[in-house]
Design a protein around this ligand. Sequence first.
Ligand code: FMN
Length: 133
Amino acid sequence: MIQLIYVSHATRLMTADDLQSIMLSSIMHNSKKHITGILLYDQGFFCQALEGEKKLVSDLFKTIKKDTRHTNVIKIFDDDIAARDFSTWSMRFIDLNHYDKSRIEGYQEFNEALYNENYLRPIEAKKLLMQFR
Ligand SMILES: Cc1cc2nc3c(=O)[nH]c(=O)nc-3n(C[C@H](O)[C@H](O)[C@H](O)COP(=O)(O)O)c2cc1C
């Protein structure tokens, strides 16, 4: 079993309908493949963790990478895991625009890291994602 985390930039600002359609199709497909994870959206960027059987996760990632709703898809973590971090979620969806970012631990560091690929580290991403599980 693996966990894969990537970040990407939305090709346009997502509407509530856009986000809902991604969320619904993710839940539908992922539950059939026993893939779990979280998708975080913040004005213009996504960060997603996918976990499950290795082949299924890498096939899904191939599909997701081709999706024209986002671009600049950068994998920041991909490793074997013994246990899932998001076991109860086919795809937990969080729109950060509804949250007070000053209260989200690690938000600032993560946001800054996104603008400088050299500093993209799984630790920032995980810190952020794990708060919402
Ligand atoms: C940021 C982002 C995250 C996505 N995450 C998933 C996912 O976890 N599972 C999934 O099946 N599709 C996901 N998708 C959608 C796929 O790229 C693809 O559109 C979908 O699997 C096709 O299924 P459909 O034809 O039923 O819509 C995501 C798309 C985007 C833009």
